[in-house]
Design a protein around this ligand. Structure first.
Ligand SMILES: *Cc1c(COP(=O)(O)O)cnc(C)c1O
Length: 341
């Protein structure tokens, strides 16, 4: 195996074309056998459902090299399950969960030279997605779909050390009650683009979205779930039907309880109580946890005691333990690590 000549530690989080991708087509009411192909371009009708009515869903996970040199992926079965849930909500056919995991494995194998070496902090990001591909002009779901998985190497999320973020309470809503906030659909991102550009222009890294109905409860950011730590070291995460169930966050809650012996709570979190927390972090595949140092609520600042220099102590422990499990330095719970043979 000859690794690609890439400056792994400095590639950033952007799309780099790799050699192979997986494709399976759904036509006539069934999925074909699927295959690894070379062509990175997609040709479709100008009237494809995805282009007109945004019928598309996706997943995100990583392949990386462990300390002992194995290529692994983290809990791909949960991505399979989540894509199936997204499919059902979006009137799309379910891509069978075992085939999803197999497609991920095939894509990683086919691009093994792009899996960054251990210790670089870089990973091979995998993007499974599915979209309605046949022409649709009256509003209805597509009949034909394409499922794909591509891979792109991404650099370490925090170059030159972790820096706590400053975020703002958004005046926009991310997800409506009874809407699509709990699925991983492009549409949830399309409507967040204006909000994130606005936040960036104002100098904030991210938006904290509150529940759309009452604007009193914490939901999540555009692409990460919140974890809070109370002053007596309890780990708290918001519960809501309009939050995307982050696999990283669910894993961190297990780590907190089973590895660190901490009390954990998934419950409604009122924005009013955020000022009383000791630590705050954002959880997602990309960064595992990004610490939040400060939240700006319309000019009023909430400054966490962990400060703007480093992660809070519990956040750090959670981060070290989960990344230790992922990188093979700590024993993983059964089924969490899928080795690519
Ligand atoms: C993908 C995503 C997350 C993070 O989920 P992970 O499974 O941990 O990567 C959180 N919130 C939203 C809205 C997302 O789309």
């Amino acid at each position: 195996m000859a690794k690609k000549n890439i400056d792994w530690a400095n590639i950033g989080f952007g799309y780099i074309k790799t050699d192979k991708r997986y494709v399976s087509n759904y036509t006539g009411g069934k999925w074909d056998d699927g295959a690894i192909i070379d062509d990175d371009m997609i040709t479709m009708s100008e009237c494809a459902c995805v282009l007109q009515y945004a019928q598309t869903i996706f997943e995100g996970l990583k392949a990386y090299t462990t300390e002992d040199g194995k290529i692994v992926v983290f809990r791909p079965d949960l991505n399979a399950q989540r894509l199936a849930n997204s499919s059902r909500r979006m009137e799309m056919p379910v891509f069978p969960e075992d085939r999803f995991v197999d497609a991920v494995v095939q894509t990683v194998k086919a691009n093994a030279d792009f899996v960054p070496p251990y210790g670089t902090g870089a990973t091979l990001y995998l993007r499974p997605y599915m979209f309605g591909i046949n022409p649709v002009i009256g509003v209805k779901p597509a009949d034909d779909f394409q499922f794909r998985v591509f891979a792109t190497p991404v650099g370490p999320y925090f170059k030159g050390g972790v820096k706590p973020l400053t975020i703002k309470v958004s005046d926009f809503d991310r997800a409506a009650p009874h809407g699509t906030g709990f699925i991983k659909a492009g549409l949830n991102y399309a409507m967040s683009l204006h909000a994130i550009v606005t936040a960036h222009e104002e100098g904030f890294a991210e938006n904290m979205y509150l529940d759309a109905a009452t604007r009193t409860k914490v939901e999540e950011t555009g692409g990460a779930n919140f974890l809070f730590v109370t002053k007596d070291n309890k780990v708290v995460t918001p519960k809501s039907d309009s939050i995307l169930p982050s696999i990283t966050r669910r894993s961190l809650m297990v780590v907190a309880k089973e590895y660190l012996g901490l009390e954990v709570e998934e419950r409604e979190v009122f924005f009013d109580e955020v000022k009383d927390f000791a630590e705050c972090g954002l959880c997602g595949t990309a960064a595992v946890i990004s610490p939040v140092g400060k939240i700006n609520d319309h000019g009023k600042e909430i400054c966490f005691p962990s400060g703007m220099e480093k992660m809070g102590p519990i956040t750090q422990k959670l981060y070290d333990t989960l990344t230790g499990i992922q990188m093979g330095r700590l024993e993983a719970p059964a089924g969490w690590i899928r080795v690519i043979e």
